[in-house]
Design a protein around this ligand. Structure first.
Ligand SMILES: C=CC1=C(C)c2cc3[nH]c(cc4nc(cc5[nH]c(cc1n2)c(C)c5CCC(=O)O)C(CCC(=O)O)=C4C)c(C)c3C=C
Ligand SMILES: [Fe+2]
Ligand SMILES: [Fe+2]
Length: 363
């Protein structure tokens, strides 16, 4: 990689890079195929033996799934584009505003693990602008190797080709972050205020994106972190164990994934005579295909056709003030000790520059 020579006289600068999954450029078969090819080729996402998986991916999955998924994307697409992208962009802008208002002179940008803006391009831009301290903050409250680890891998792969590497910090996960839990709880309470306080025939369903069950045995902490968030959210709402359910959605392929599956849970609740379900997806902080289509459309059908009578989807945290504040405070805590007040050039470094120039450094 060619990179600008190190500027010994430049002040240190800090950046926060929000990272989300990524989404197709358009709700078309072609764009979805492009997205799925990159996403599903990632060995962190599908851990089946490579040659076998690549055969299945290219021979089957990429021939059939893109058209089916494109129809689902069309059902949730907005005038501004894919909801995941729209919310991620707005969150970035709001977090920037929050941190600037709080006196942090830092850059705040976002990147997508798949598609654009890529993690590599975002890091190259930040570096070119003089950022030498970079906080990687995934928009995944619960850790998973298939989301969090692959995002960090990508950032470190970029750094491998970098002569003068920035200092990195990573936020691994924040399933029990008090601000995050409080924002989730407030969103449920506001929902109850709008749609009525639930009575006895009621469940709050908390649905998370699943991962293969096998990942539990090899040390992935997704399952435990989802349960931790759920327990804390239930406590914050004063819900007893019989009034909420934790489940996992979006199973892919035929192997066992984390259980119970959301679709089974909703059908079972409907069949058991539970009248009302409110469903929240705490693992997603931005509305996206998995919440707006799989839960709000398919999940509703699962519950109502099984005998339930009232189904409410609670939107993701999106641009809520309390969530942006929680994210800002989380970022601030992880930037402790870093240059965040727009420091002047370091005098010693300027002297160093003069010495380096004498030795022929191009800076
Ligand atoms: C193939 C295995 C998959 C794993 C493992 C997986 C983990 C995982 N994903 C998210 C968050 C999101 N996933 C989204 C879409 C999506 N996920 C998979 C597959 C796996 N995910 C596919 C194939 C798709 C694409 C849509 C489809 O064809 O079904 C999204 C939504 C993206 C959007 O554009 O709106 C999110 C967000 C998490 C958090 C996670 C592990 C915990
Ligand atoms: Fe997924
Ligand atoms: Fe899905």
């Amino acid at each position: 990689m060619t990179e600008p020579p190190a500027r010994h006289d430049a002040p240190s600068q800090t950046a926060v890079l929000l990272i989300n999954l990524g989404t197709p450029e358009a709700p078309t078969t072609k764009a979805v195929r492009m997205y799925l090819r990159e996403f599903l080729s990632d060995p962190r996402v599908v851990e089946t033996s490579r040659p076998l998986w690549l055969m299945i991916l290219n021979g089957l999955v990429l021939n059939f799934r893109p058209a089916r998924s494109a129809v689902k994307y069309q059902a949730i697409w907005t005038e501004e584009g894919s909801p995941l992208r729209v919310h991620t962009e707005r969150q970035t802008k709001l977090l920037r505003g929050f941190l600037h208002e709080a006196g942090y002179r830092v850059r705040v940008e976002h990147a997508m693990r798949y598609g654009q803006p890529s993690i590599g391009d975002a890091l190259s831009r930040l570096k070119a602008e003089g950022c030498d301290h970079i906080l990687l903050l995934p928009l995944y409250p619960q850790y998973s190797a298939s989301t969090t680890a692959t995002a960090f891998d990508r950032a470190f792969a970029w750094a491998q080709a970098c002569r003068s590497q920035p200092e990195f910090r990573t936020v691994r996960s924040y399933p029990d972050n008090p601000g995050y839990i409080a924002a989730l709880a407030a969103s449920v309470r506001e929902h109850w205020a709008k749609y009525g306080q639930p009575d006895d025939d009621y469940r709050l369903v908390m649905s998370y994106h699943g991962v293969p069950r096998s990942t539990l045995k090899v040390g992935d902490t997704t399952f435990c972190e989802c349960h931790k968030t759920s327990r804390l959210l239930a406590e914050a709402l004063g819900l007893t164990e019989d009034k909420y359910a934790v489940c996992f959605q979006s199973r892919f392929g035929s192997s066992k994934w984390l259980e119970p599956y959301t679709t089974d849970t909703l059908k079972a609740l409907g069949q058991a005579g539970v009248k009302r379900v409110d469903i929240i997806c705490p693992g997603f902080v931005s509305d996206c295909l998995e919440t707006l289509e799989e839960i709000a459309i398919e999940g509703r059908e699962d519950f109502l056709t099984a005998g339930g009578s009232e189904f409410h989807f609670i939107h993701c945290l999106n641009e809520r003030d309390d969530w942006i504040r929680a994210l800002g405070e989380l970022a601030a805590r992880h930037m402790a000790g870093w240059p965040t007040s727009g420091e002047e050039p370091n005098k010693e470094l300027v002297e160093c520059l003069l010495r380096a120039r004498k030795l022929g450094a191009p800076c």
